[in-house]
Ligand binder design. Sequence first.
Ligand code: HEM
Ligand SMILES: Nc1cccc2nccn12
Length: 289
Amino acid sequence: ALHTAQQEKNSEDYQEVYNAIATKMREEKDFDNNNGYGPVLVRLSWHVSGTWDKRDNSGGSFGGTYRFKKEMNDPLSRGLQNGFKFLESIDKQFPWLSHGDLFTLGGVTAIQEMQGPKIPWRSGRVDEPESMVPDNGRLPEPHYGADYVRSYYERFNFTDQEVVALLGAHVLGKAHLKNSGYDGPWDDESNIFSNAFYDNLLKLKWTPEINDAGNKQYDNKEKGYMMLPTDYALFQDPKYLKYVKAYANDQDLFFKDFTKVYTKLIENGIEFPKENKPHLFKTLKEQGK
Ligand code: HEM
Ligand SMILES: Nc1cccc2nccn12
């Protein structure tokens, strides 16, 4: 059965929550080699949603179960505790906000504050008990190629186009050897949301190398960038490559398609009352802050 979101009360001010997260991002922008908290907040919003299974509607962002240690300590989520700790003060400031709403709103705020597209966000996720924590092992591994990526996202009914659009988020942040056994980029670490992931994939020379953790990754020496095997798969697979080229050539198209699939990702398995209109938050800049 689908999860039914709670009807929104007009007393709740979600723009205020957005502003609190965005302001804290500005105050702590030196985190992780001056990448700031944007990238890890986006990854957290994806990991809390990526546990969803269409077959029994288990997992997904609704219950906020990432707050329990079994999910938080999933080895494939190493490093996301930084994002959770960042959001703890927001959680205390807005006790009426559910954890599922907090984790997804954190990602939406981060994307918009890093000059990404406007993501329409709906409220109403309801905290579930520890007994509802999904098993580890539902998140993807970085070691494999296109067949693996395609079959992984079948669990979400995502098409090739949706998978390529979603992975454009790898323009943000970096891989940390101690988190994932992958490392880099080492330069121009990015906290600006753009279509550069596709551009780099197409235009730069990628050399397969075994990194210090014994994993194969693809490195570009000139720029100090890297690609995971699952990133590089989008270049190797002709069906994915078609969309990589489309997004490399058209940032607006990327923004439009990313918005659609990311919204799908963070709302999978949830039915929202029609009263819960999607919020289109103003950035701090748009508010003159
Ligand atoms: C095939 C699917 C995916 C795989 C295998 C994958 C794997 C990884 C790995 C290994 C890292 C490095 C983590 C670290 O070492 O700290 C990473 C980082 C990241 N991922 Fe993904 N990812 C996938 C899809 C996604 C999606 C769908 C999103 C968001 C829509 C996303 C957003 C991010 C972000 C923003 C970072 C940077 C985090 C930081 O700088 O701390 N990833 N990913
Ligand atoms: N920034 C970043 C994070 C994770 C994966 C990845 N691949 C290329 C860049 N990239």
